[in-house]
Design a protein around this ligand. Structure first.
Ligand code: HEM
Length: 234
């Protein structure tokens, strides 16, 4: 088990993390590339920068939307995302591993915050899952992966919490740590190929819309012909 764990924490971690980083970079570059191409062909080159920055901030910090049409669901989703983002990046045990392996370090969360955020992420993840399963209207707009992501994402939280806080035997610890690392690595590899890629697309989305959602200068003629409306004032 120890050898398996070392393999999972070493070479397999580097491979999974590399796939995620390169996959997300690819999406980022393709998005920017597509938007710039569309902008180059566009007739109207005017970009409302201030409005676009404001909209992007609204997506990144959805305080206003939380009190919109589905306030309860939005609030649970926001609270779920807080732990989901903060714990893996700022947990002391993780930063410590980065420092030992790559000489990199940054600020860390106090242990009690990490514990509360871990428990809240598990709780809100379960609430999202059961909310989706029990609300009939949600089934019309849900794909299979929408149901399973909250459950998959909480596995490293549950296993990490067990290792860090529950007095288990040393073989039990190794078992749960292996499950912890492998579940995280499966998530890393899946991220660029699934809806979770929105973590890089989301901040860009409003800029892409502003840049790309424009018609090339000579499109009005073909559009009016294809709609059989040529010469008719709109
Ligand atoms: C999706 C990625 C990951 C998430 C969400 C995650 C989450 C967590 C959580 C919630 C804890 C316990 C926090 C607490 O209450 O103290 C933890 C602990 C830990 N994690 Fe992760 N983790 C992830 C990936 C990894 C990876 C890839 C490794 C190793 C290569 C790792 C190694 C550790 C270690 C060593 C601990 C400390 C266990 C202890 O205190 O004995 N984690 N993690």
């Amino acid at each position: 088990m120890q050898i398996l764990l070392e393999f999972a924490q070493g070479p397999l971690f580097r491979l999974a993390f590399g796939i995620m980083a390169i996959g997300l970079l690819r999406i980022f570059i393709l998005d920017i590339w597509g938007a710039v191409e569309a902008y180059r062909r566009a007739g109207d080159k005017n970009i409302p920068w201030a409005k676009t920055v404001k909209k992007s901030l609204g997506w990144l910090f959805p305080i206003k939307r939380a009190f919109g049409s589905r306030p309860f669901y939005s609030l649970i989703s926001i609270l779920f995302h807080i732990g989901l983002i903060l714990v893996p990046i700022f947990l002391f045990a993780h930063v410590n591993l980065w420092e030992k392996g790559a000489g990199l370090s940054w600020v860390t969360l106090p242990k009690t915050w990490a514990d509360y955020l871990t428990l809240s992420t598990v709780l809100f993840g379960l609430a999202l899952f059961f909310g989706r399963v029990s609300v009939k209207a949600a089934s019309y707009i849900s794909r299979k992966q929408d149901y399973f992501w909250p459950l998959i994402l909480i596995i490293p939280f549950v296993t990490g919490y067990l290792c860090a806080n529950v007095g288990i035997s040393s073989s039990g610890y190794q078992f749960f740590m292996l499950a912890h690392v492998l579940s995280a690595e499966i998530i890393f590899v899946l991220i660029p190929f699934t809806k979770i890629a929105h973590c890089v697309i989301m901040p860009l989305s409003q800029f892409v819309v502003a840049l790309a959602w424009k018609f090339p200068p000579d499109t009005d003629e073909p559009i009016s012909i294809s709609l059989d409306k040529k010469g008719i004032p709109i």
